[in-house]
Design a protein around this ligand. Structure first.
Ligand code: SPV
Ligand code: MN
Length: 631
């Protein structure tokens, strides 16, 4: 213990908070807290020990300070972010690196010294007159190989409230591990919402900064409230965890974890990587299956298998499109009593909530992220302002979900049978397809993932982008190295997981969906049977696809739906020109944009191109599956 630092903390904190901090005997922790109290100059400090009283204190602070407001349903509150602060701000998110570190130009970096100076300048006295909240969390299940201890400092009670719903409590773990040395590597997060206006929203968006000091496990975040920017343990911690994983030979992925129930009481676990707003949460919530996580997974190699754990313990999900028919479980929670935080929705005077595509009649007036709202309201650029923001979110603890897997906190994690990659792709990939092997899967399904951009990030929507493993926004190691880590991860395993792609977003020529929303259950049921060797497949130039007869049965049993052969052919026809064009885009991207692309990537792309060209010679541009037949 450094007596000088302890003494300084004693002067800055009230007795209760000081005792809580002192109990965690870690000079690194004490030094960190003291340094940022000194810099940010809060009026007072609250240290959360995860007791019910502390959590209540935070809930009440959020209401008292107007960061959240009660809704009509007991336990529900809402929060607005500033207009223009409703998505991840990629332009102002930078990874701080020392001179000589080159992550490649697809990852935005900034010189560490310069970045620290800039953000420390913004943080200086940023909490004057406000309370600072200090809270401890564990990423991954506590007491396991997955655990990463984290400390959050923020002047936003909304951020802390979100975090204690979304993450496992950490105070007890910190106190237990104090003195073991392990705490020297905790992740650190410093957030200040900065000055707020009369609506309690950050007003200095020009000074919005999200800087990740990679080599000091510290993240700084200023002048923003949107959860994807401000909830440190979510996507900001993910950058730190990806680097940590790269050093320790495991993987941090933008993946759900889901148990699919197969025949004879069997459950097979899958991970699934999808870019933001591309069906990840609704997949994790497939009816009748067992949900473990919906956003971030840690993957480790066991003796002979891959094991995965949810880094989180809650859901920061998208409201748009959630409706009674397709999402019965979420619907129940979002319309019943219990703790829910909503953001950027439309609120009526009576505290009722509307979000886009709720499946009920839309109100014509209310209050939303733009202020008072009426049906025809336009923004400064003359664009319609919809009732709720497309990226409006809800926060709940997974404890609320009846379908959560009872082993969610198992320190051993879950044995993974299959890994799935899915993008928003209107015209190229079939709805479900198995890769030929691990290397083919990591390259074509993972590194080859393309998706159209969404409202989860600020900027244009609907632009097709290559998004390796749906993780591009969060990478903190060069892309080529990251792909190589993935390739290496599956090597030497007795039985590597099978790798699949899914595509929920295929359109016909008239722009209509080729699939219904809940068809994803059929794809996962088929993958479950493949992992367990229970069904055959048809080999195409791009991978292995289901037989019509198997899908017909699955549709009948799982979805109680008839599945026509005409639908099957429309959905599973190999689209040769589109697939060849995709290969060209991938070739260009991985040659021009990525310096350290593994050679295996080009070999796999060339192999796929050759198979497609050969098939084209024999069968033409659009090849229905029955032409290829069962192999
Ligand atoms: C995502 O955008 O991928 C999310 C929400 O899961 S957040 O990253 O927190 O913005
Ligand atoms: Mn996400």
């Amino acid at each position: 213990m450094d007596p000088k630092v302890l003494n300084s903390l004693k002067n800055r904190l009230n007795k209760e908070s000081f005792d809580r901090v002192k109990r965690i005997e870690s000079p690194a922790l004490h030094g960190f807290i003291d340094e940022y109290i000194d810099l940010c100059s809060p009026a007072s400090v609250f240290v959360n020990d995860d007791s019910p009283e502390s959590l209540d204190y935070i809930r009440n602070a959020a209401l008292k300070r107007g960061e959240e407001t009660k809704l009509a349903i007991p336990g529900h509150t809402f929060h607005f972010d500033a207009y223009g602060d409703q998505g991840r701000d990629k332009d102002n998110t930078r990874i701080l690196v020392p001179p000589g570190v080159d992550l490649g130009h697809a990852i935005d970096t900034k010189d560490r010294e310069e970045g620290c100076k800039e953000v420390r300048g913004i943080l200086k006295e940023s909490m004057k007159g406000r309370e600072l909240f200090i809270s401890f969390f564990c990423l991954g299940p506590a007491g396991s190989q997955f655990t990463i201890p984290c400390v959050q400092l923020t002047d936003s009670s909304y951020v802390i409230h979100n975090e204690f719903l979304l993450y496992r409590p950490g105070y007890a773990e910190f106190a237990r591990q104090a003195g073991s040395g392990i705490l020297d590597v905790f992740f650190r997060f410093v957030h200040s919402q900065g000055e707020v206006d009369e609506r309690n929203v950050s007003k200095d968006l020009a000074k919005r900064r999200i800087f990740i000091d990679l080599y000091h496990n510290t993240v700084f975040c200023t002048n923003t409230q949107y959860g994807g920017n401000s909830i440190g343990l979510k996507k900001l911690a993910m950058r730190l965890a990806i680097l940590k994983a790269s050093r320790e030979d495991w993987l941090t992925e933008h993946m759900l974890i889901l148990g699919i129930k197969g025949p004879r009481g069997r459950t097979t676990y899958f991970t699934g990587a999808y870019p933001s707003m591309c069906g990840k949460t609704s997949t994790a919530m497939i009816e009748g299956e067992s949900m473990v996580g919906d956003d971030i997974a840690y993957l480790r190699r066991g003796d002979s298998e891959v094991r995965a754990a949810n880094a989180e313990r809650g859901m920061f999900g998208i409201l748009q499109g959630v409706n009674a028919k397709d999402d019965p479980l979420l619907w129940g929670i979002l319309n019943g009593p219990g703790e829910v935080i909503m953001s950027n929705i439309l609120v009526s005077e009576t505290g009722d909530v509307y979000w886009n595509e709720k499946g009920v009649i839309a109100p014509e007036t209310g209050r939303n992220h733009s202020g008072e709202w009426t049906k025809d309201k336009k923004d400064a650029a003359g664009r319609d302002i919809p009732p709720s923001h497309p990226n409006g979110r809800f926060t709940i603890s997974l404890d609320r979900l009846p379908n959560v897997d009872p082993r969610i906190d198992d320190p051993e994690g879950f044995k993974i049978g299959g890994m799935v990659y899915g993008g928003r792709d209107s015209d190229t990939c079939v709805p479900v397809e198995e890769a030929f092997d691990w290397v083919h899967g990591i390259i074509m399904k993972g590194a080859g993932l393309e998706s159209e951009t969404t409202a989860a990030t600020l900027g244009a929507e609907g632009v097709r982008e290559i998004n390796p493993m749906a993780n591009l926004d969060f990478l903190s190691v060069p892309i080529g190295k990251y792909i190589q880590m993935n390739l290496d991860f599956g090597m030497g395993l007795k039985k590597a997981p099978l790798i699949f792609s899914v595509n929920y977003f295929l359109l016909d020529k008239n722009g209509k969906w080729l699939n219904a929303r809940n068809d994803k259950k059929a794809w996962f049921q088929w993958m479950e049977l493949r992992v367990n060797d229970d069904v055959n497949a048809i080999t195409t130039p791009t991978g292995r696809i289901p037989l019509y007869a198997d899908l017909k049965l699955i549709y009948k049993e799982s979805l109680r739906k008839e599945y026509s052969e005409a639908d099957y052919i429309r959905q599973f026809t190999v689209r040769v020109p589109e697939n060849l064009a995709k290969i060209e885009r991938l070739m260009k991207f991985y040659k021009a944009e990525v310096k350290d692309t593994p050679a295996a990537l080009f070999t796999v792309l060339e192999g796929q191109k050759k198979r497609l060209m050969d098939a084209k010679t024999h069968f033409g541009d659009y090849i229905p599956p029955y032409v290829l037949g069962q192999q």
